[in-house]
Design a protein around this ligand. Structure first.
Ligand code: TRP
Length: 335
């Protein structure tokens, strides 16, 4: 038999609609990894309720997120696609790991500090212990690599520390995971405040593009995208001096496969208006088949349910093996 393939785990919260940033920064890379690795891609609904959600919306978005994963090219035959709350081991291991995670460590997490500042009326215990649940997600599958954006690196490093601590006491129980930050070109910024990452929690609706957004709206957002007020007024890649234009170039490069020099040549002597229109159109064409495929899949709920069922079954098989080992190590009586 061939060598055991390395394991990849990643997840996105169904706390909002998937964005162009999540496609270009995450899902597109996940698709590329599918062939080489044993991949688990999760819809982390348990993480989403650390912030108050509308129940009907959360349910709809979780299913739509699965449809979008598939429409983006994640083949459910080659990847394990599932919903976190379908696999009870996440909550079970999460509790055990809470007991091996230090208050001080959790207090240092920058996402906790940011989110508690933003949700001052609901700083719940789940928001605080969120990273140990994330560690459980990762460690249950004996994950080698965790593709995440740079904002999640601190959480993956904490998962590593928790795994090392647990292994240090009980022997080799967990594979030690590593963050896997995708190559350059993945960090898509807001169209209106290009200093910030494109985010579904952006208060400015024009800053964020959604995978399922209508073409007219996408074009409108790109027309209004911020360019830079430097005197040069030409399309040139320079994220320091020209963050707005450089972000648009990044998006255009991702959508068309063109290189930065090719893009600079294409718009040489043209205004920012032409450039923004071209970027908008390239994104519309990139997203069109994904939106259409998602709409088709959403008409076939039985199919989506069957994918979720087999995804959860497959995930459970691996997860229960790890959990059984952990329960034994910590001294729980076998059922
Ligand atoms: N915390 C991640 C985010 O907000 C989502 C997430 C939850 C995750 N569990 C994970 C990512 C495990 C990678 C691996 O983006």
């Amino acid at each position: 038999m061939d060598e055991k393939r390395k394991v990849i785990f990643s997840g996105i919260q169904p706390s909002g609609e998937l964005t162009l940033g999540s496609y270009m920064g995450a899902i597109r890379n996940w698709v590329d990894l599918s062939g080489q690795y044993d991949c688990y891609y999760c819809i982390v609904d348990m993480h989403a309720i650390t912030v108050r959600q509308n129940p009907a919306e959360l349910r709809r978005r979780s299913i739509s997120q699965l449809a979008q994963y598939i429409a983006c090219g994640l083949d459910p035959e080659k990847n394990t696609l599932f919903i976190q709350s379908h696999v009870a081991e996440h909550a079970q291991l999460g509790w055990v790991l809470d007991c091996y995670t230090m208050f001080g460590e959790l207090s240092r997490m920058t996402q906790f500090k940011d989110k508690s500042a933003k949700n001052a009326e609901n700083i719940n215990a789940g928001l605080f212990t969120y990273p140990s649940l994330m560690a459980a997600d990762i460690l249950l599958y004996q994950t080698d690599l965790v593709p995440v954006g740079s904002d999640q690196k601190q959480h993956v490093e904490l998962s590593r520390d928790i795994a090392l601590r647990f292994n240090g006491i009980y022997g080799d129980v967990f594979t030690i995971p590593e963050p896997f930050i995708p190559q350059a070109g993945a960090r898509i910024m807001s169209l209106t405040t290009p200093q910030n990452k494109m985010s579904k929690s952006d208060k400015d609706p024009g800053g964020c593009i959604y995978i399922l957004q209508k073409p007219e709206e996408i074009l409108r957002c790109f027309k209004r995208a911020v360019t830079d007020s430097d005197t040069e007024r030409c399309v040139r890649y320079d994220p320091e001096a020209k963050p707005g234009v450089s972000n648009l170039m990044q998006i255009y490069a991702c959508a068309t496969g063109k290189t930065f020099p090719e893009i600079e040549a294409e718009f040489d002597g043209k205004g920012y208006g032409d450039f923004k229109t071209a970027v908008g159109e390239s994104v519309v064409e990139l997203l069109r088949p994904i939106r259409e495929k998602t709409e088709d899949l959403m008409k076939n709920k039985d199919y989506l349910s069957s994918i979720l069922r087999s995804g959860a079954e497959k995930a459970s098989r691996t997860a229960s093996r790890t959990l059984r080992k952990v329960y034994k190590k910590v001294g729980f009586v076998e059922r």
